[in-house]
Ligand binder design. Structure first.
Ligand SMILES: Nc1ncnc2c1ncn2[C@@H]1O[C@H](COP(=O)(O)OP(=O)(O)OP(=O)(O)O)[C@@H](O)[C@H]1O
Ligand SMILES: [Mg+2]
Length: 182
């Protein structure tokens, strides 16, 4: 995938298709270790062991009318190409956690892309679900949570255009202030 954000979008869609009401995205850049950590954690229906073994295979999908599923294989490929690791931990009714690490300075590491826009797209497609975004670069952190925004909105939908553009700007500022490398 040309950008990490698009891969994140795909994994969030996987989570919501699996019935998740909450998805947590965490992106951490530790420059001294030259390491990127990316994880997507959901509280969806999870997978049994034999499914977990199959999901990194591009020929595995449960989407109707499709012959391949590329979201997870792409993320794994990024880890493999960039001297990193790929872990998936999932069990029926216990949600799913997918984590990769990668060498931050690796030439094959895709750019992050437009994370703020991506999160906006995810939220506008699933306004009743919750999303938590945690970003870190060394000792600096940024967090965004639909739960907090929702409680302040007093009934206004997250799909309200003003709300969506506020969210996008907030995340854009967060990314800029952290000076994420990717
Ligand atoms: N978070 C998850 N919870 C439960 N099942 C999942 C989760 N993520 C993936 N799966 C299962 O693994 C399959 C493969 O996922 P993957 O993202 O690789 O491909 P896809 O979603 O089927 O297709 P694509 O991403 O190419 O549109 C999914 O069809 C789904 O059955
Ligand atoms: Mg997918």
């Amino acid at each position: 995938m040309p950008e990490l954000s698009l891969n994140i979008l795909d994994l969030c869609e996987n989570s919501f298709s699996a019935g998740a009401s909450l998805v947590k995205i965490s992106i951490r850049e530790l420059t001294l270790e030259d390491k990127l950590y990316l994880s997507i954690i959901d509280n969806g229906r999870g997978m049994d062991r034999s499914t977990v073994e199959k999901v990194s295979d591009p020929l595995y999908t449960t989407k109707e009318g499709k012959e391949w599923g590329l979201g997870i294989p792409f993320l794994k490929q990024t880890a493999d190409l960039c001297d990193g690791s790929f872990t998936i931990s999932s069990a029926p009714d216990s949600g799913t956690e997918i984590t990769i690490t990668a060498r931050l300075s690796h030439i094959d590491l895709p750019p992050l892309g437009d994370l703020a826009k991506t999160i906006e797209v995810i939220i506008s497609g699933h306004p009743d679900k919750d999303l938590l975004l945690a970003l870190q670069r060394d000792s600096n952190t940024y967090e965004f949570s639909t739960g907090i925004i929702r409680s302040e909105l007093e009934g206004v939908s997250l799909t309200d255009p003003d709300v969506l553009s506020f969210i996008e700007r907030d995340i854009e500022d967060g990314v800029r202030k952290l000076e994420l490398k990717k």
